[in-house]
Write a protein that binds this ligand. Structure first.
Ligand code: DGT
Ligand code: CA
Ligand code: ZN
Length: 573
C-alpha cells in the first residue's frame, strides 16, 4: 500500500511549509489529508481521481498530487519544496516546544542544521540572547532532546501492534503453524515496545522459520535457527520468533510474556515450594517430574494462585493480590457502551454526524457523544457559541428520530491559558455532556496548570477532563501538574478523568489509572476519533485501563444510555 508513503510526504510538506511560515490553514489541510489517507482501508493507488476527492480534506489539487506520486513515484512540488530548507532542519521540529520559527532562526543565525548541533549549542549556552530565546527556553530544548533520546530504541505501541498483527496474519496464512501468540511487552500492552516477541508451535519448525524470514515486512535477518529466529522489519523494529514444543507452549508463553520482574517473583515462589519454573515447564525439583506447561494457566494453578492477566504482570502488587484471590475483573472491550469523545467535520474531524453514527452502529455502541472543539481553538476550527448551539439543536432533533444509536450533544471545551473556560455556563448547561481539556500554555508552572484543571472540574457542567496530562508518547512530555490534587478534586466534584485511547496519548497513563482507581475517581475510555477508523483505537485505551487494574464499574462509559444520562443530569444539580 502506498498510503503511508503518501501520508508521510504530506506531513513532510506540512513541516516544511511551517518552517517557511506558510498559511496555517494550508498546513492544516496537508496534515488532515495525511491523516485521512493513512486511515484508508483501500490502497490509494487503486482509487480513481474522482473517488479520491470524496475523501474528506482532499480536493482536486491534492488528488492530483496523490496521483502524480502514485503514477511517477515522485512529486515535483515536494521535491522543489525540499530544496528550500536543509533536511536536518525539519528534524528539529521533533524537539518538543521548538516551533518552525525558532528552527529557522537557529539555522539562519547559528547554522544549526540538526539535533546534535542543537544540543551542543544549548549545552554551551549559546542559544540565549537570540530573539525570543531565554535561559528557560534553552533548558526546555535540552529537556526535549533528553526525552527524544530516552525513547530511542523503543517504539510507541500504536506503531508496533499493527505491524505485529500483520506478521501474525501472514504466518497463519503461509506457515505450518499450530499455536501462535504475541508475548513480551506487547502482550502486556505496555505503552512503548522495544521488540516484538512471537511464540509458536509447528509440525515443521524449519519451514516455519523459512516463511518467517522471507515475510514482506522483513528487511534483514539477524539470526535463523529452528527454535529461534530474529529479523528486523522495514520500519527498523526487531521481531523474535520462537518455536516451542506443544507441551511447553504455556510455560514458554508465561516466561516470554514477562515482565522479567513478575517472572522473578514466580520463580521465587516456585523455589519455596520445591518447584522449578522455566520456559519448558514447571517441575518438581526432587523427582524432576514435569507437573505442567502445556497451558499458561498451569503455572499459576501449580503455584496455588489465581491466574494473572498479562496486563497486570509488572510486579506492582499483582502477585500478592493473586495469592489472596483478589485479582480484579478487569474491564473488557465488550463492557463499553459508547464513546464520549468524538469530532465531526464541524470542527477538525473528517466525517459528518451520519457517518459517525453508521460507524458507531457497526461497533455495536449504544451511544456516541459529539464533542467538537470550542471557539478558542481556531486552528482546529473550533465552534463559535452560535455554531455549538446550532449543532446542539440539530443533534437533539436528530436524536428523536434515531434508532439503534443515541447521540449526546457535547463539546470538547478549551481550558484557556488564563484558566477561564471557553464557553459561558448558559451555553454549557444546554449540552448533554461537556469535556474540558488543555490545548495551550503547556509550559506554565505546576501551580498554574493544576489551578486551570481544578477550576474546570469545579464547574458543575464539566463531566470529563480529556487527555489530562497532554503528553504525546515519544514526542512531548506531560505538562507539569499536581496529579494528587487533580485526582482529589475529580473525586470531590464527581468529574471523570479520561483515558484517551489515541495510541500516542494513552493519557491517563497506566500508573495514574491505578492511582485514580485507588482514590475512587471515575474514568472514561474515549478514542478522540477524528476519522472513523480511529474508533478501533479503543483497544489501546482498554489495554491501558487494564494495566491500571480498572474494572467495569470504574468506567463511566460502561453505563447504559439511560443510566449515563441520569448521572449527567443529576451532576448538574
Ligand atoms: P521490551 O523491552 O518492550 O521488549 O519488554 P519485554 O518485556 O518484551 O522484554 P524482552 O523482549 O527483553 O523479553 C521478553 C520476556 O522474556 C520478558 O518480559 C521476560 C522474559 N525474560 C527475558 N529476559 C529474562 C531474564 O533475564 N529473566 C527472566 N526471568 N525473564 C526474562
Ligand atoms: Ca519484547
Ligand atoms: Zn478531542
Amino acid at each position: 500500500m502506498k498510503n503511508q508513503e503518501v501520508a508521510k510526504i504530506f506531513n513532510d510538506i506540512a513541516d516544511i511549509l511551517e518552517i517557511k511560515g506558510d498559511n496555517p490553514f494550508r498546513i492544516r489541510a496537508y496534515r488532515r489529508a495525511a491523516q485521512n489517507i493513512d486511515g484508508l482501508a483501500k490502497d490509494v493507488a487503486e482509487i480513481s481521481a474522482e473517488e479520491l476527492q470524496k475523501i474528506p480534506g482532499i480536493g482536486a489539487d491534492l488528488a492530483g498530487k496523490v496521483h502524480e506520486y502514485v503514477d511517477t513515484g515522485s512529486l515535483k512540488f515536494y521535491d522543489d519544496l525540499k530544496k528550500e530548507v536543509p533536511s536536518g532542519l525539519v528534524n528539529l521540529l521533533s524537539v518538543p516546544g521548538l516551533g518552525p520559527k525558532t528552527a529557522k532562526l537557529l539555522f539562519d543565525k547559528l547554522h544549526i542544521k540538526d539535533i546534535d548541533d542543537l544540543e551542543k549549542h544549548a549545552r554551551e549556552g549559546k542559544l540565549k540572547g537570540l530573539p525570543g530565546i531565554q535561559a528557560k527556553t534553552e533548558e526546555n530544548i535540552l529537556k526535549g532532546i533528553e526525552m527524544i533520546k530516552r525513547h530511542t530504541g523503543r517504539f510507541p505501541i500504536g506503531r508496533v501492534l499493527p505491524l505485529a498483527e500483520g506478521i501474525l496474519e501472514k504466518l497463519k496464512g503461509k506457515a505450518p503453524v499450530n499455536k501462535l501468540s504475541i508475548a513480551g511487552s506487547l502482550r502486556r500492552w505496555k505503552e512503548t515496545i522495544k521488540d516484538i516477541d512471537i511464540l509458536a508451535t509447528s509440525k515443521d519448525p524449519h519451514k516455519m522459520m523459512d516463511v518467517f524470514v522471507h515475510l514482506p515486512q522483513v528487511k534483514e535477518t539477524l539470526m535463523k535457527g529452528p527454535t529461534k529466529s530474529s529479523v528486523v522489519t522495514t520500519e527498523g523494529i526487531q521481531v523474535d520468533l520462537r518455536v516451542v514444543s506443544e507441551d511447553s507452549f504455556g510455560a514458554a508463553l508465561a516466561y516470554f510474556t514477562g515482565s522479567k520482574e513478575h517472572n522473578i517473583r514466580l520463580r521465587e515462589m516456585a523455589v519455596r515450594k520445591g518447584l522449578k519454573i522455566n520456559e519448558y515447564g514447571i517441575f518438581d525439583v526432587k523427582t524432576e517430574k514435569k507437573l505442567g506447561g502445556e497451558h499458561e494457566g498451569d503455572v499459576y494453578k501449580i503455584l496455588e494462585m489465581q491466574y494473572i492477566p498479562p496486563e497486570m504482570r509488572e510486579d506492582t502488587g499483582e502477585v500478592e493480590a493473586a495469592l489472596k484471590g483478589e485479582i480484579p475483573m478487569l474491564v473488557e472491550l465488550k463492557d463499553l457502551k459508547g464513546d464520549l469523545h468524538v469530532h465531526t467535520n464541524y470542527s477538525d474531524g473528517s466525517h459528518d454526524v451520519q457517518e459517525l453514527i453508521a460507524a458507531a452502529k457497526e461497533r455495536g455502541y449504544e451511544y456516541l457523544a459529539i464533542t467538537d472543539h470550542s471557539k478558542g481553538l481556531g486552528i482546529a476550527r473550533g465552534l463559535s457559541i452560535e455554531q455549538v448551539l446550532e449543532q446542539n439543536k440539530r443533534i437533539k432533533e436528530l436524536n428523536k428520530k434515531l434508532k439503534g444509536v443515541k447521540l449526546l450533544s457535547g463539546t470538547e471545551m478549551d481550558i484557556r491559558s488564563d484558566g477561564t473556560l471557553d464557553y459561558p455556563d448558559e451555553v454549557l448547561k444546554q449540552l448533554d455532556i461537556v469535556i474540558a481539556s488543555i490545548h495551550s500554555g503547556f509550559r506554565q508552572s505546576k501551580e498554574q496548570i493544576t489551578k486551570r484543571l481544578v477550576s474546570a472540574m469545579k464547574n458543575p457542567y464539566v463531566s470529563i477532563i480529556a487527555h489530562p496530562t497532554g503528553r504525546l508518547i515519544g514526542a512531548r512530555d506531560a505538562y507539569e501538574l499536581d496529579m494528587e490534587t487533580v485526582l482529589k478534586t475529580a473525586k470531590e466534584t464527581g468529574t471523570a478523568i479520561e483515558i484517551n485511547a489515541y495510541p500516542l496519548r494513552l493519557d491517563l497513563s497506566d500508573m495514574y489509572v491505578k492511582k485514580a482507581k485507588g482514590m475512587g475517581v471515575a474514568l472514561a475510555i474515549n478514542t478522540d476519533t477524528h476519522v472513523t477508523f480511529q474508533f478501533d483505537f479503543i483497544t489501546y485505551g482498554i489495554g491501558t485501563a487494564r494495566r491500571g487494574w480498572a474494572e467495569k464499574k470504574d468506567i463511566l462509559n460502561t453505563l447504559s444510555y439511560s443510566q449515563l444520562m441520569k448521572k449527567l443530569k443529576s451532576a448538574k444539580g
